[in-house]
Design a protein around this ligand. Sequence first.
Ligand code: LMR
Length: 333
Amino acid sequence: MRKLIFAAASVAALALIGPAAAQAPIIIKFSHVVAPNTPKGLAAEKFKELAEKYTDGKVKVEVYPNSQLYKDKEELEALQLGAVQMLAPSNSKFGPIGVKEFEVFDLPYILPDLTTLRKVTDGPLGARLLKLLDSKGMTGLAYWDNGFKQMTANKKLLTPADYKGMKFRIQSSKVLEAQFRTLGAIPQVMAFSEVYQALQTGVVDGQENTPSNIYTQKMHEVQKYTTLTNHGYIGYVVVVNKKFWDGIPADTRGLLEKAMKEATAYGNGQSAKENDDALAEMKKSGKTEFVTLTPEQDAGMRKAVESVYTDVAGRVGKPLIDEFLKETRGATN
Ligand code: LMR
């Protein structure tokens, strides 16, 4: 796959120095792993629409959904090599390229709601986190929402004991690994595009994801139960290849920034509704049974994963977690 990425990057480089370069539109290949009818898919399409409109055709945005071009880990490599120009990986996927700080968003129960999330992403902490991407050859442009995660499996997951010995697919985040290990489960990192089949064939027993992702990947059709835990958050950082971005004429880049700002407001303004709609569709389908936790069961789950905060402090540093908590809870703990 690396070879393929290199080949694609060289073709892209040749295209830039070809004779028609002066008139040719700037192409932004935007690769992502989810379906078009998801919060990320729709925001990407909105960005395309606005970017092409504002630049009057000087920029063309090609959106490639559903891991059509690259899977999770490959797409980050492809971006760094210049084979694609724009991505929106989830916060959980930056650890393997050496920016583990984004994993703080994965801490269980750290975000009570999307309004609180905005305090972090729109504030100084959000800006500082984006800056960390510079050293990896990327520019962080925006935070896009998906929503809150639910657990799926072929059994009801009511108490921590129910997780014992079960295999769960996770995104490539050490926080998520710690979360499932603390529960006595066996976490397994796997690309998003492989999850449905892994659930269907029993390679893993369960997974955690947002209603929109569960529904559009049809995971609910192969999981008897969806336990409504809202225990964690999935959101994205829109990143662009830094060299490519810096090389765009300033006036055009300004128009693209405007398009990104508006696409972000559009996407984040309706992500909650998209997840609610997905949940309603799954309920209607009758293919998975929804399980709601009692307040005692919810408290039991929260308590069981508390130690993950200490684990993660050792990895990303306690000050970062404290700063995050100060924004989200108004106090350190
Ligand atoms: C996942 O891998 O489960 C998600 O990050 C996919 C996505 O991009 O929403």
